[in-house]
Design a protein around this ligand. Structure first.
Ligand code: FAD
Length: 467
């Protein structure tokens, strides 16, 4: 009897435990992707990018005479239909960790097992399962450094080889056409602009990893904070859809470390920040939607407002912040330093609720990740675990002088600052909706709030309500 391989955020053939388990014993494998209500909630850019990843994996599977069966609907209904259509006796998948997916997966597993079917989940998305990392007293970690110390010397399983062949079922079940789902339809900006910046699929992901380890890992520790330089790996885009797995990165970076690459250890540490975010999301799922520290619940953050709208539109009049927001719009990603500055400016200078920013990132990022996004926002806002203290307010101008001294980053994304703007700067104006009414020929906007006044206001609010 055939086996269903339910694929989700694991769009790769290599190091794929669920696929390997499904293909064991040479049974026919039916890979299935389900556009279910949980997946329907994806932001516009992530949804569009997911479609590209699915098309790429489908093409790779076709080289093995296999394919993806696309179906839409609640996961359990779709899987049950496929089981009765094909006589499949087992379903394998790789785990997800956000609360909605976990609830869904638990219900699916229980229902299938109750019918005597085999339903197995596997780990492909993380180096360390969140429940396996415990403090001395059996709790979970709330602070990164001890978390890192707890995991850094743990053995990480070697990546699994991709299956050499996959047996097809006697007949392929009916599949929707991926194109008919129009996953890019909700993309709120010219998808053709962002398309110039994506690196889709397993091969591109591995090439990206190798290029980074060959060229950039050496100075990574010193250069990773400079947004104008190609100093980071860009792998978040691929990790989030599982086009590469963390074990494949870990082992390659470990080799680089053994060979003496100075930045390799720091790179491994960043990869473990991602693990830490998943650890926290697993143990405290409210990380995704409520102040992680309840003391912050009374803080007078504003809801959506005019200044926040200008923040979304890259029109605050603060060059580093606007460059960051335009990078997001044009490329679908944002440099980590820029994420911190843009988030700090929104939550502190503009006193706007971090969830307004979280939602905008979720809609615009092609590397959107529920855990890392929420941890990043709560960390910057001060409401999160291991957070920056509230009174440490980044000054975006000073940050720009330090991390973008030659203005390469600001000029790349701000057309108004250059007599002959480059492609990315102009693409921003091509990509934004006409309703925003933006025009590169108009002078660069004046600051929506003076930096010192914004800072003083935030500090006063903090002093008044010090949690
Ligand atoms: P590299 O520097 O090459 O790092 C390698 C990998 O380590 C990354 O791909 C990523 O998986 C992990 N990593 C690095 N820094 C962090 C970090 N601070 N937290 C968690 N993991 C990290 N990352 C996302 O993947 N998706 C998000 O939606 C996201 N939202 C963020 C929102 C805010 C407000 C902030 C401050 C950070 C956010 N991050 C997010 C974390 C970080 O900015 C990105 O992971 C990083 O910029 C990705 O670029 P890279 O792949 O070149 O990273």
């Amino acid at each position: 009897t055939p086996v269903l391989y339910w694929l989700r955020r694991d769009l790769r053939l290599a190091d794929n435990p669920a696929l390997v388990a499904a293909a064991a014993d040479g049974r026919p494998v039916i890979p299935v992707f389900i556009l279910d209500p949980e997946t329907e909630t994806l932001g516009a850019a992530a949804r569009w990018r997911l479609g590209l990843g699915l098309a790429a994996l489908d093409a790779s599977l076709r080289q093995l005479q296999s394919r993806i069966v696309f179906r839409r609907g609640p996961a359990l209904t779709v899987l049950s239909d496929l089981i009765s259509e094909t006589g499949a006796g087992a379903v394998h998948w790789n785990r997800s960790y956000d609360p909605a997916a976990r609830a869904r997966d638990q219900a699916v597993k229980a229902a299938l097992r109750a019918r005597g079917l085999q339903a197995e989940s596997h780990n492909s998305h993380l180096l360390f399962e969140p429940w396996t990392v415990e403090t001395g007293t059996g709790g979970f970690y709330r602070v990164y450094s001890p978390f890192w110390r707890a995991v850094k010397d743990r053995p990480v399983p070697a990546p699994l080889a991709p299956p050499a062949a996959l047996r097809s079922p006697a007949a392929w079940p009916v599949s929707a056409r991926l194109e008919d789902w129009r996953l890019g339809e909700a993309m709120n900006r010219g998808a053709d602009v962002v398309a110039q910046h994506v690196h889709v699929g397993e091969d591109r992901a591995l090439a990206r990893r190798d290029l980074f380890l060959e060229r950039a890992v050496g100075p990574y520790r010193d250069r990773r904070d400079y947004p104008g330089e190609p100093a980071t790996s860009g792998l978040s885009e691929n990790l989030t859809y599982g086009e590469i797995g963390p074990r494949q990165i870990w082992h390659a970076a470990m080799r680089a470390r053994h060979e003496g690459a100075p930045g390799a250890e720091h790179f491994l540490k960043e990869l473990v920040w991602r693990e830490f975010a998943y650890h926290l999301m697993f143990h405290t799922p409210h990380l995704l939607e409520r102040n992680w520290r309840e003391e912050w619940d009374g803080f007078p953050w504003q809801g959506d407002n005019e200044a926040a709208r200008r923040w979304r539109q890259g029109m605050t009049g603060v060059p580093f912040v606007d460059a960051a927001m335009r990078e997001l719009y044009v490329t679908g990603t944002m440099h980590n330093r820029a994420r911190m500055i843009a988030a700090s400016y929104l939550t502190k200078h503009l006193m706007t609720d971090w969830r307004i920013g979280l939602d905008w990132f979720a809609d615009c990022l092609i590397d959107w990740d529920p855990a890392s996004n929420a941890l990043g926002w709560q960390w910057v806002a001060g409401s999160g675990p291991d957070a920056a203290p509230y009174f440490r307010i980044f000054n975006p101008d000073t940050q720009a002088q330090k991390f973008d001294a030659d203005e390469a980053y600001r000029r790349r994304f701000l057309a108004e600052l250059s007599p002959s703007p480059g492609r990315d700067a102009l693409d921003f104006f091509r990509a934004v909706p006409r309703s925003w009414g933006l025009d590169p020929a108009r002078p660069y906007p004046r600051p929506v709030v003076a930096l010192d006044a914004g800072r003083a206001r935030a500090l006063a609010a903090y002093e008044a309500r010090r949690p």
